[in-house]
Design a protein around this ligand. Sequence first.
Ligand code: P6P
Length: 336
Amino acid sequence: MNRPVTLGEFIVEKQSEFPYATGELSQLLTSIRLAAKVVNREINKAGLADILGAIGSENVQGENQMKLDVFANDTFINAMRAMGEVCGVGSEELEDFISFNDEIHKEAKYVVLMDPLDGSSNIDVNVSVGTIFSIYRRVTPVGTPVQLEDFLQPGNKQVAAGYVVYGSSTMLVYTTGHGVNGFTLDPSIGVFCLSHPNMCIPEEGKIYSVNEGNYAHFHGGVKKYIKYCQEVDESTNRPYTSRYIGSLVSDFHRNLLKGGIYIYPTGTKAPKGKLRLLYECNPLAMIAEQAGGKASDGINRILDIQPEELHQRVPYFIGSPKMVETAEAFIRAEEH
Ligand code: P6P
């Protein structure tokens, strides 16, 4: 039996797809791969080790920092610092970006934005969580200190994006703009193996993911779309199934495989939406589009939004293209 291609072999094999990269992007993806394995190990024993529960500190979002959030943040940052490709990192866990202004990183061309452990409030109830990352070439001159403008680039400038989902199995899914590929960690040998080549999201789906507890706060068009999902109409496979894990990466991953739509709209609790443009919405939007899906803020393509601040929030509609288009139509109809 032919053994599956490993992530390392795949990265080398696809190296030729980057006309300008001299192996740096591949090296960067390798350091992310290593960090994902380390975080995976800690998550799998979280219930045992004394790393459960909030450490009392708060992150920039004012959310209790779970110890694993901090561990994941440090692990990914250290993995990227250890290589010479990255000159700076922006993270959900840190108010400001970090710049690696030393000799090793003087020629570094890339910046990384990440949510090191999304959905971490689910850890102590043993629900799956994820890491999301987004990679850009810096826009300021190589060799100078990295600037905020290196991070505030629209999502359509990403050179790579991906996520790790720490679920019933641990998977790393990423794109460099040449399709989406999924790798499953074989824990017996500690290697990510190609398990989902060339992932494509179904054009239509039967799953909608939204926190319906916020229904009263949604705008009219969103309310009408949710009611549309719940109506009986066999000709359009409705009512859809409601599936909401409360972990973006897990909900997105399921919808990517089966078809569906994930929605986090604006509401009085989240006047600009809850999810962050730079390290949650943009990377998953790149993956969705590369897999044939769509991602918008209800009106505008996510990847075209010009960011104004590091932790900017946006309303988020992502998944099967026809489902996102239908939701957008309800929103547009309400606007007029
Ligand atoms: P709510 C986790 O905090 C997160 O950022 C996403 O992973 C998840 O989809 C969403 O927030 C859940 O938010 O308000 O429904 O609990």
